[in-house]
Design a binder for this molecule. Structure first.
Ligand code: ZN
Ligand code: FE
Length: 256
C-alpha cells in the first residue's frame, strides 16, 4: 500500500508550504505554491522532483509561485474549476466530487467555498490527510471574503464530517492569535485552555502548531462549535441557526 511522505515548511510571513511525495511512483506535489524560491529550496532539501501543484484557491499567497515552478520543473497544475481563470498556469481544473490518482493514492476534491467562491480542499483518505487551504485553520477559520456565513458554514460542516483522525494541513500559522480569540468565545472549555498552553509552548520553541486534526478542532475550535449551549448563551443567541451563530463568531473575530 502506498504511503505518503509529507514535508511542511514555513514561507512568506506566516504561510506554510507543503510537499507531498508518493515513494512508489516518485510523484511529488506542492500543496499551493506561496513562493517559488521557498518551494524550490524544500525540493532541494528533500531531493524530491516536483510533478504537480495542487492549488486550493486563487489568492496570491497560494499561487504566487505557480508560473516560476512550472517553467523550472514542467509540473502540472491542478486547481479549482470555480476560479480556474484566476489560477496562473492551471492545466487541470477540478471540483467537488472529482477524484484523481496521485501515484498509488486517490485524491478526492471537496468544494469548500466561502473564503473564495471556488475554494477547494484535497482529501487523501488512505493517508488520513486533508489539505484545507484557507478554509479551516487550527482553532480558527478563514475570512469569509467571496462568500457568506451560510456558505462558509456549509463548507466547514463538510470538513467536520471527515474522520476525526484526519490530519489537517492549513495555509497559515495563525494558531496562537486564534487561541486568544477562541478563549473569549468559550473560556470555560478545558480542552481549549490546555491546547492554548501547548500552542504557546510550541511557538516559544519556534515550532509549528500544524498539522492539526478534525478531532482536535471539533473539541477546541469555536467556529466548529456553534451548537454548544455555553457559546450560544455567551453570544445571546440561544436556539439560533448554527450558521448564524458561526457568522457572529466570524464577525467578532474580524473585529478582535
Ligand atoms: Zn487566501
Ligand atoms: Fe492565504
Amino acid at each position: 500500500m502506498a504511503t505518503l511522505e509529507i514535508h511542511q515548511f514555513p514561507c512568506l510571513s506566516d504561510n506554510y508550504g507543503v510537499l507531498i511525495h508518493d515513494g512508489g511512483s516518485g510523484l511529488t506535489a506542492s500543496i499551493d505554491a506561496p513562493d517559488a524560491d521557498a518551494v524550490a529550496a524544500a525540493l532541494k532539501a528533500t531531493g524530491w522532483k516536483l510533478s504537480h501543484i495542487l492549488t486550493t484557491h486563487h489568492h496570491a499567497d497560494h499561487t504566487g509561485g505557480n508560473l516560476a515552478l512550472k517553467s523550472q520543473t514542467g509540473c502540472s497544475i491542478i486547481g479549482p474549476r470555480g476560479e480556474a481563470a484566476r489560477v496562473p498556469g492551471i492545466d487541470k481544473p477540478v471540483g467537488g466530487g472529482d477524484a484523481f490518482a496521485f501515484g498509488g493514492l486517490q485524491v478526492r476534491v471537496i468544494d469548500t467555498p466561502g473564503h473564495t467562491a471556488g475554494h477547494i480542499t484535497y482529501w487523501i483518505p488512505d493517508a488520513k490527510t486533508a489539505f484545507v487551504g484557507d478554509t479551516l485553520f487550527a482553532i480558527g477559520c478563514g475570512r469569509v471574503i467571496e462568500g457568506d456565513a451560510r456558505m462558509m458554514w456549509a463548507s466547514l460542516q463538510k470538513l467536520m464530517a471527515l474522520p476525526g483522525e484526519t490530519s489537517i494541513y492549513c495555509g497559515h500559522e495563525y494558531t496562537q492569535a486564534n487561541a486568544k480569540f477562541a478563549l473569549t468565545i468559550e473560556p470555560e472549555n478545558a480542552d481549549l485552555q490546555k491546547r492554548a498552553r501547548e500552542v504557546d509552548h510550541l511557538r516559544a520553541a519556534g515550532k509549528p502548531t500544524l498539522p492539526t486534526s478534525i478531532a482536535i478542532e471539533l473539541a477546541t475550535n469555536p467556529f466548529l462549535r456553534p451548537h454548544v449551549a455555553a457559546i450560544q448563551k455567551r453570544l445571546g443567541m440561544e436556539g439560533r441557526p448554527e450558521w448564524e451563530i458561526f457568522g457572529e463568531i466570524r464577525e467578532r473575530k474580524n473585529r478582535f
